[in-house]
Design a binder for this molecule. Structure first.
Ligand code: DGJ
Length: 691
């Protein structure tokens, strides 16, 4: 709901409220973000006077969108250079508009024909407000945007804690929390492609727990270079800016051009991290993901690597179907001269040695076994040895007079070039039109370097934005034609997990690290803001190729069943006993996946002082409890778990230690149940059914 009274604006969701006003200086002044008050007339801004000549009004005013100009030294959301060299914005408020639950605040520079529109879209039921900014150059001359963030947030607190993720290939989504003090925290990505290191989101709180405390959070809908800055100022507040990374990025706006920033979805929870997760789940369910259940896939990458032949894939397809897979995905190695990382990328024709009669026989086999067919591609890349490179050496990012640095023996195609976009689109459109393909795994295995793109002329440094926009647009266009195809976002594992790609793509490849224990850590952190349904998780062989750890198959299954299940084991070598267990586990997953993929997810690990990992899923009258014990500890005690997602007044039947039990939801939530696992890598899934 949007309420407006005499220059005061209130954006209300079910639990939260966000208030700002136009103050006596004409500045868009932030007033409040938190639990709903719903009494706009109580808000009265205090006219600000400078604290001293060194603390001027513009510096101390909590502005919704501070610009670079005047007596401001704080981080600005917008800095431009006008055609005459002026680097100073002086805006005035010119009015507002409301369209489709979206408030638009209009600002214009007092001299230059520059307009700034601040967008606030209210998702009332989902408790989220989406913000973005549109800058229009309405003058006859070009201007340069030196810096532009999507939004700024103000929290009237000091000593907050900031959470994000760190990590690298094989160790994505490692959660960390640090205290915010004076000075700035900067989290960013400069690689253009991958985001293994940090994630474009902020979580700020002060001693919140899973179920208590105020939490302020925001996710950026962008997969390219982002930057977030958190700063505790000298004036008793904490600021956050997030958006496009200004690093090496300038945007030239010609006359009558405009630029729309990526948006930020921000929310407030007064019930800790669990509520924050719930808010994002609700948003994903209502606005991003479809209700259809995701299929159990088989992918042979970890099993056979580049040794992809029609014959072997057909054998694997038979075995995959035997154990219950529903989607068979051929990974890297089916095209061009692709026998390793050094060749083939760009040559998207079927390798005739590996597939003498093309892809069709394999697809027929897969379909005859009743499975869907999927295929791997890495469309943004080319190997210098590939024919595509020989034909179009100018299609990659490069600077004249500089060597192009390869990484994984490949270069990045200049996706801002229309010819390249057409090539990529046509290649994928042909694949999807000529074959019955239901799933595309879209990979990207290196970052951008030597970012030269002559086709962009003076806007060359905008490539950091345009590259990923081109990817989004190609996939959007493909999906509008090939409606039921699912796209998996992969970038050397989990390098493209963000809200820019989600909604355009359907699944995330969470990590190349498929070790079932490491995955608990990765998945736990992933679950805070990202949807379980999009979390692809495979069961693979032991010892794990990355960690050399050997973990029982049941635990491996339980860990992968936390998300959308996949199998990556070498079924050609799997024992009959393991095949039998795999068949049972996949069948069990199919019985419960509607709860996992569409239910409400809870992290209950905090109940344990003994390194248990505990998760719960609730949907209507069904509930699941996943309990993992990676390692028995000395003096090991049972863990008492209080469930979260049950109805107080309903009785639930469940099987505990091979005994059928029946307890009320209230009992299970308040008294809880004791689970005692013994030994290393023990796990159990308990299902609760309303009686
Ligand atoms: C990196 C991905 O994360 C893997 O799953 C696999 O697809 C390889 N690339 C293939 O080269």
């Amino acid at each position: 709901m949007i309420k407006i009274e005499n220059g005061y604006f209130s954006l209300q969701t079910i639990i939260s409220e966000y208030v700002f006003c136009i103050d006596n200086e004409g500045l868009v002044r932030h007033l409040y973000w938190g639990k709903i008050i719903d009494c706009l007339r109580d808000f009265k801004f205090q006219p600000l006077t400078e604290i001293s000549t060194n603390d001027p009004v513009y510096e101390i005013t909590p502005e919704e969108y501070p610009v670079y100009g005047g007596l401001r030294y704080k981080e600005s959301c917008l800095k431009v250079t006008f055609a005459d060299g002026t680097r100073d914005i002086c805006y005035k408020y010119t009015g507002y508009d409301i369209k489709d639950s979206t408030l638009i605040i209009k600002l214009t520079d007092i001299y230059y024909n520059l307009s700034i529109e601040l967008y606030y879209k209210v998702y009332e039921n989902c408790d989220l407000i989406e913000r973005w900014t549109v800058v229009s150059n309405n003058s006859a001359d070009a201007l340069i945007i030196d810096e532009i963030y999507s939004a700024q947030y103000h929290l009237p607190y000091e000593n907050l804690r900031f959470s994000n993720t760190h990590g690298h290939w094989g160790a994505e989504q490692q959660a960390f929390t640090q205290n915010v003090s004076y000075g700035k925290i900067c989290f960013e990505n400069r690689r253009g492609i991958s985001g293994h290191n940090h994630n474009p989101y902020f979580i700020l709180e002060n001693n919140a727990t899973e179920t208590t405390g105020d939490v302020f959070f925001g996710v950026l809908k962008f997969s390219g270079n982002f930057r977030g800055i958190v700063e505790q100022t000298q004036y008793g507040e904490t600021l956050v800016q997030m958006g496009l990374n200004p690093y090496d990025c300038k945007i030239v706006l010609q006359a009558n051009e405009k630029f729309t920033t990526p948006s930020i979805l921000a929310g407030y929870s007064n019930l800790g991290f669990e509520e924050m997760t719930y808010i994002m789940q609700l948003y994903n369910q209502e606005h991003v993901l479809t209700q259809d259940l995701r299929p159990v896939l088989y992918n042979s990458w970890e099993a056979v690597g580049f040794d992809v032949t029609c014959d072997k894939q057909q054998q694997l397809a038979k075995l995959a179907q035997d154990i219950g897979a529903e989607l068979f995905v051929v990974d890297d190695g089916w095209f061009g001269n692709r026998n390793g990382i050094d060749n083939g990328l760009g040559d998207w024709y079927v390798n005739e040695t590996k597939f003498p009669n093309g892809l069709q026989p394999l697809i027929d086999t897969v379909k005859n076994y009743g499975m869907k067919f999927g295929i791997w591609v890495e469309p943004e890349m080319v190997n210098p040895q590939a024919q595509l490179y020989k034909d179009h050496p100018d299609w990659i990012y490069r600077f004249d007079n500089r060597e192009v640095t390869t990484s994984r023996e490949q270069c990045v195609l200049n996706m801002t070039n229309k010819e390249v976009q057409d090539f990529v689109y046509n290649m994928l459109d042909d694949l999807l039109s000529n074959y019955d393909i239901s799933y595309i795994k879209w990979d990207a295995n290196r970052p951008i370097s030597e970012p030269g793109a002559k086709n962009l002329g003076p806007n060359e440094q905008m490539l950091w934005y345009l590259h990923i926009e081109a990817v989004y647009n190609i996939v959007r266009k493909l999906k509008s034609k090939h409606k039921d195809v699912l796209f998996e976002a992969c970038a050397s594992g989990g390098g493209r997990i963000d809200y820019g790609i989600l909604g355009i793509f359907d699944d995330f490849w969470t990590s190349d690290n498929t070790d079932a224990y490491d995955r608990l850590i990765i998945q736990n952190s992933y679950s805070k803001l990202y949807p379980i349904k999009a979390m692809r998780a495979w069961v693979t062989d032991c010892p794990n190729f990355l960690t050399q750890r050997t973990i029982p198959l049941k635990f491996r299954f339980h860990s992968a069943m936390m998300g959308t299940l996949g199998i990556g084991s070498n079924l050609l070598k799997m024992s009959d006993e393991d095949k039998e267990l795999s068949t049972i586990m996949i069948a069990q997953y199919k019985e419960i996946r509607h709860i996992i993929q569409n239910g409400v997810f809870y992290r209950l690990t905090h109940y344990s002082t003994n390194d248990y990992y505990i998760f719960e899923y609730a949907l209507d009258k069904e509930d699941l409890l996943f309990v993992f014990l990676p390692q028995s500890k000395l003096g090991h005690r049972p863990v008492n778990i209080k469930l979260q997602g049950l109805d107080d007044d309903i009785y639930y039947e469940f099987n505990l230690n091979n005994q059928l039990e029946c307890k009320s939801g209230r009992y299970l939530k308040l008294k809880g149940i004791d689970i005692h696992l013994l030994g290393d890598y023990q796990s159990v899934i308990i299902k609760f059914d309303a009686k």
